[in-house]
Write a protein that binds this ligand. Sequence first.
Ligand SMILES: Nc1ncnc2c1ncn2[C@@H]1O[C@H](COP(=O)(O)OP(=O)(O)OP(=O)(O)O)[C@@H](O)[C@H]1O
Length: 693
Amino acid sequence: MKSVKDIMSPLEHCLSPTNTLEEAINIMYSQKWNTVPVTNHSGKLIGVFTRSSMYQMILSDVSKDTPISDYIKKAVGTVLEDVDSELLETMIAKSRVGTGIIINKSGKPVGLFTKANAVMNYVKETQILKSQLEKVMDTSNLGAIMTNEQGKIIFANEKCAEMIGRPMNEIIGEDMEAFIPPFSKRDDKRESHFPLVLYKQHYIVRLSKYSIDEEKEGYIALFQNVSELEKLSAELESQKKWETLLKSVIHNAYDGLVMINEAEEITFISPSLTELFELEQGLKEKTKIDMVLPHLKLSQVMNTGVAEVSDFMEVKGINYLVHRIPVYQGEKIIGAIGKIVYRQLHEVREAFKSAEDGQKETSKREGMEKSRFTFNEILSNDKQMDKLIRSGIKAAKSKTTILIYGESGTGKELFAHALHSSSMNSKGPFITVNCAAIPEHLLESEFFGYEDGAFTGAKHKGKIGKFDMAHGGTLFLDEIGDMSLSIQAKLLRVLQEREFYRVGGTERIKVDVRIITATNRPLEKMVAEGTFREDLFYRLNVISFEIPPLRKRKKDILLLSESFIQEFNRQNGTSITGWEPLFEQAIMDYDWPGNIRELRNVWERAMIFAENGKVRLEDLPDYVLKKAGYDIFLQEEEEVSELPLLEKAEQFAIQRALEISGGNKSKACILLGISRSVLYDKLKKYKMPLLKE
Ligand SMILES: Nc1ncnc2c1ncn2[C@@H]1O[C@H](COP(=O)(O)OP(=O)(O)OP(=O)(O)O)[C@@H](O)[C@H]1O
């Protein structure tokens, strides 16, 4: 901001009241001033001597030696030297006084400010502004034209001349219409935009009106060359097309693709992959790959820098084929790409199978059957089972004989495996004999083996028995309740003496074998009935475990179901992710007489028929549906009187409530949360039989 001090004419002379007319005229003449400040002896302003004061003295015919004291004008307008110059200019423009006296803070005059000063300052500033504007216009990328009210060009910048291809002096004075053909068609809007093609170049023109004075208006036109932009946008467009094409290739060619940057943050992930691993929720900007897909081990290739092609990865029982590829920029690793294939994995499955077969073959050659399960693999959420497992872990450490009770399919053999795995003999063999499956006359040779020629007329070579095989490990005798009394006696002897003879042999064979037995028969009752030896029973029953049936640990149904999904997905290469609500209700309501084995079989079957990744009610076998009372949902429409699904469910709920309450309608109403009158209406509606109150 400029102050008055910067633009005033500094004061070199002042008058005092004692100065004469002649002295005053001399100063006015030499300085070309109309007004001269008059100060007192201390230099303070007391008035001014003006050109009219001078005329007055001359007209009064006073001598030129007369002091000016009587002709000083005392009423003087003063302005402080620090005042903003623009403010003073407005004051002067409005004032009738042509000269202002500028004083400092102590009241001493320091300068004069005349209208001429104001004009000069204005002109100077306008010139500066003009040259600045011209500079801006010439260095700008915009072409600029200005017209008068007739549309004749009065200004054009260098850029504009360049655009039009003619020298500037030729443009000035021309009609703007000559260069901007649509100009004449412009409407009366103060401002408009329109495209224009000039000499094959594309422009956007911004045309606006400006006021010349109160009545006249001219135009300002600004041209922006957009040819480059258009080229860029065409390139962008084709890049976008490529991107779309690439994306669809990525989505269709590979099952899942993920890219990470140097910081191991995900920069791209294909929708199929987010869907597959249900990642949507966990994905945020800059998510680290190992936070959401640790099993992919993509960060691994960032460290090694070596691509890993066709690795296998298993997640939730499903097999995937994974390729991990590091991305290099020069020598530097700047990221990695993970490619996951999970469809059409027949070949992969084959590879797995042959690997598995190979492994089995090796263990066969090693000549021993290894225990396959540990206590960790006995899945259960049941308290009673928990207790059994804890006791099992303790019991496994001793060499004591263990008897496992339980209905068929409850997991007795699994428990026996787990006992072996936790025992001190876990490195030794685990040999199973199903006493019910081997014919009575062969059981002895199966247990103890036989010598060469033991069987008359037979070409048999000698064979070692299961006791021999189990040496140093565990012999698991399943279905122990199905043995004959004579075999029971022989078994008792081995248990007591820890030695036996082969069939047809004379040599005593000593063995170190841990015996675990299992049965679903009531041994105590059999002892009472005389079909099972009491002494053997006590020998076997040193420690016993009773595995509860599945119907008594309903919580385990869903836990086991989850594990079967994973097992069969892995086995069949399917991608089943869960089940429908009605399916769950049905399996929870069913009694599972065949226990876990039955549940496992039902799952194996259901997963073959499942659709859309979910197991449905209709994938259950008919006998389960019937026994659980869910067949009603699957009956043909006409059989259930065309009831919509909700009504079927309602009918089913009423039927179940009446069953649970033993036909007591008041209790059924409480269970259903409805009033008796509503229940009666429903019974009538569904034509259901009235049961007892
Ligand atoms: N807790 C469990 N967790 C996972 N799988 C189990 C469990 N219990 C049993 N199973 C599975 O259920 C099936 C039946 O188990 P198992 O053969 O051990 O039962 P069992 O009681 O010995 O039957 P049986 O009396 O008919 O010989 C097997 O496939 C087994 O793997």
